[in-house]
Design a protein around this ligand. Sequence first.
Ligand code: SF4
Ligand code: SF4
Length: 315
Amino acid sequence: VFNVARFSLHDGPGIRTVIFLKGCPLSCAWCHNPEGMGVAAEVFFRSSDCVACGRCALVCPRAIGQPVAPRPDTSCPLGCQACVAACPSGAREAVGLRRSVAELLAIAEADRAFYDVSGGGVTLSGGEPLAQAEFSTEFLAACGRAGLHRAAETSGFATKETFLAFAEQVDLLLFDVKFMDPDAHKTWVGVDNEPILRNLRIAAAMGKAIRLRRPLIPGVNDSDEEMRSLAGLALELNEIRLLTMAGFPGGNSDKNPGEAGIGVDLLPYHSYAEDKYDKRGKAYQFKGLRPPDDSGIADSAGILSSRAVDVRIGG
Ligand code: SF4
Ligand code: SF4
């Protein structure tokens, strides 16, 4: 787990606790959560905060016994995080802690009163929850038994069997569709979109509540053709859902507040992640890219809404 955000208003209905899991099989060039890319525990390092005291090297198993202490880099292969407590300046930050299902459930249940008054619940995010599919499914099942509404922010990139087990434990899927064009998907995201679209159709056939999410990257995936294609997908999924939801095993839960049809959330690109890449010691391909302007966002939204797709800006 690399973060837990309480009182979130942007990751599903009502007030929510959002749990961010490490690990992602995708490699989106614009990823705004680089701390969620790798599944292992990491240490981020901000060189501007380092006072060169050398204390990290005294506790680091990589440094002990070495004639010259290794540079305190951020892509540490061991990830023991011993250096974090030793660092007096806060230059080293632990990213990724192990948590059990019971521990996470206790965190989630602490805000039950707020969920009850707002129609909120728990949202599993990342990284990609399906990168730790067994744990995610188990945690979501535990939330279900506890009567908590469950949302998941996912790319849906998994085998059919893994996705089915996961989706059965989710009340609302916030499903990323980064590209409709298969070649562009492979180029910018690093994997085929075929399993993603297959699992999306499976979720629709299960009668799941779904919002499609499109991070809107200017000049990359916001073309008119992409928007028309995305609108076509939303309409197709609504048709599948309406035609097949009755009687499908693991079908729609009765805990899907206000999610009548499958619409699209447009998530305009922002540059907040640049600092995180610096701390991780990674190059950021989109450094300096400006967010889309209002008219560009409105054009994209207009193409979707002109085809009767429910569209929202942000999510
Ligand atoms: S995480 Fe552990 S192994 Fe890695 S730099 Fe820190 S102390 Fe050394
Ligand atoms: S302990 Fe912290 S401040 Fe000291 S050298 Fe290591 S990273 Fe820099």
